[in-house]
Each structure stands twice: as structure tokens, then as C-alpha cells.
Design a protein around this ligand. Structure first.
Ligand SMILES: [Zn+2]
Length: 232
């Protein structure tokens, strides 16, 4: 089963796992650093989020606490901005940056931002792909010489994941852009506070960039292997 084609795929996966690990370690250290610097306004993540939502006239979104570290997210289904413990009740640069970023998603939702809508539409397809892709991968490498077409199907299923990762990029960058613009204009984070928020959000975005590149390289690899196998 452990043929050269499969081994190659595992090596690519391993390589990007290491890159992903380095980037997420960097994000965590940045987050920790900016969590220790208080913002002058003294507002907690919760208060920052509520102020930003109010500014955009969003009255039907709830700001709630979430368990864990870096688990902050906006849920369009329940219309909630969930902030992790370290963000919700803390008045730091990191908390302000994350809270405003998640509200950026709430603003995207309220203004029907096209990329967010496309991303939401892809979620059920991506969930299906995620369930099947591991089995397809093993099956297609096992049958590479007899049924090379299976490798093409696998590439398409991985392609859905890659597409999703790439649609996620503008959504994430746009949420951070909105967050930083509001933090600056509202006077919540200016000067070095603004620079710190930008730095923290940049590393958060990099985790999505790595995921997207990794997904794309995997699809290209599968397609190349398919072309190689179907030629034999
Ligand atoms: Zn986000």
C-alpha cells in the first residue's frame, strides 16, 4: 500500500504540517505578547465588540464568552460573536484586535458580503469532502494502476477543500481590514496599539494562507499523479 505516490503525498502533508505548526506557534506567541499590553481605553474584548456592533447599527448580534484559547468566532446561524475567555474579559491589544475581527465577520454578514455568502454555501459540500477524502486517498493510491480515474475523483474532492480555503482568504483579510479601520477611526487603538493589533491579525491570517497553499499543492500533486498513472 505504501507506494511511492502515496509516500510523496504524505511527505507534502508532513511538510505543510510543520510550516503550519511554526506559523501557529508564532501566532500564539504574538497573541500572548499583545495580551499582556493593556489598551488605554480600558475596554474589554466584550465592550469593544459591543461598541463596534453598535457603530454599524447591528442590534441583533449577541456577544458571548467561549471556552478555550483562540476559539473566537462569529456564528451567522445563531448571530453570536463568541469570544474566548482571554479576549472576552480582558482589556488588551490582542483582545481588542480579535474582538473587532470577529465583529468584522458580523458586519460582513449584515452587509451580505459576497465572499462570506459563497463560503457559507460551500460548508456542507466541504463537510462531505472532509468525510470522504481520506478513504478516497487510500483507495486511489491502492488502485492507482488499475483504476487511475479514482485519483482524478480524489483530486476533485480535494479541490473542493482547496477552493474553500481560497474563498476563506478574502473573508479573513476583509474582516481584519474592517476591524483595523474601525479600531483606528473610533480611536479604540491608535499608534502602537494599532500597530500591535495589525501584527497580531496578520499572523492569524497567515494560518489561513498556509492552509490554502497546502490544499492547492495537494490537488496539484494528485492531478500530476493521475496524469502519470493514466499515461501508463
Ligand atoms: Zn475570522
Amino acid at each position: 500500500m505504501m507506494n511511492a505516490e502515496y509516500l510523496g503525498f504524505m511527505l507534502i502533508g508532513g511538510f505543510f504540517s510543520i510550516i503550519g505548526f511554526i506559523v501557529s506557534a508564532r501566532l500564539q506567541s504574538k497573541f500572548k505578547h499583545y495580551s499582556q499590553i493593556r489598551i488605554r481605553s480600558g475596554l474589554t474584548g466584550k465592550e469593544i465588540a459591543e461598541a463596534m456592533l453598535r457603530h454599524y447599527g447591528i442590534n441583533d448580534v449577541q456577544v458571548i464568552p467561549a471556552q478555550g484559547i483562540l476559539t473566537d468566532h462569529y456564528n451567522p446561524a445563531t448571530k453570536t460573536v463568541a469570544l474566548s475567555e482571554a479576549v472576552y474579559a480582558t482589556n488588551s491589544i490582542a483582545a481588542a484586535a480579535v474582538a473587532a475581527h470577529e465583529c468584522g465577520h458580523a458586519v460582513q454578514h449584515a452587509t451580505a458580503y459576497s465572499m462570506l455568502q459563497l463560503r457559507s454555501k460551500l460548508v456542507p459540500i466541504v463537510n462531505f469532502s472532509a468525510m470522504t477524502q481520506q478513504w478516497l486517498l487510500i483507495g486511489s493510491f491502492m488502485l492507482i494502476n488499475t483504476v487511475p480515474q479514482l485519483l482524478l475523483i480524489t483530486a476533485i474532492v480535494f479541490g473542493v477543500t482547496a477552493l474553500f480555503s481560497f474563498v476563506t482568504l478574502p473573508v479573513e483579510f476583509d474582516a481584519s481590514r474592517r476591524a483595523l479601520a474601525w479600531l483606528n477611526e473610533s480611536g479604540m487603538a491608535r499608534g502602537e496599539e494599532y500597530a500591535g493589533a495589525k501584527d497580531a491579525l496578520w499572523w492569524a491570517a497567515m494560518t489561513y494562507v498556509v492552509a490554502a497553499i497546502s490544499a492547492l499543492v495537494m490537488v496539484v500533486y494528485l492531478l500530476l499523479r493521475y496524469l502519470g498513472a493514466s499515461r501508463n
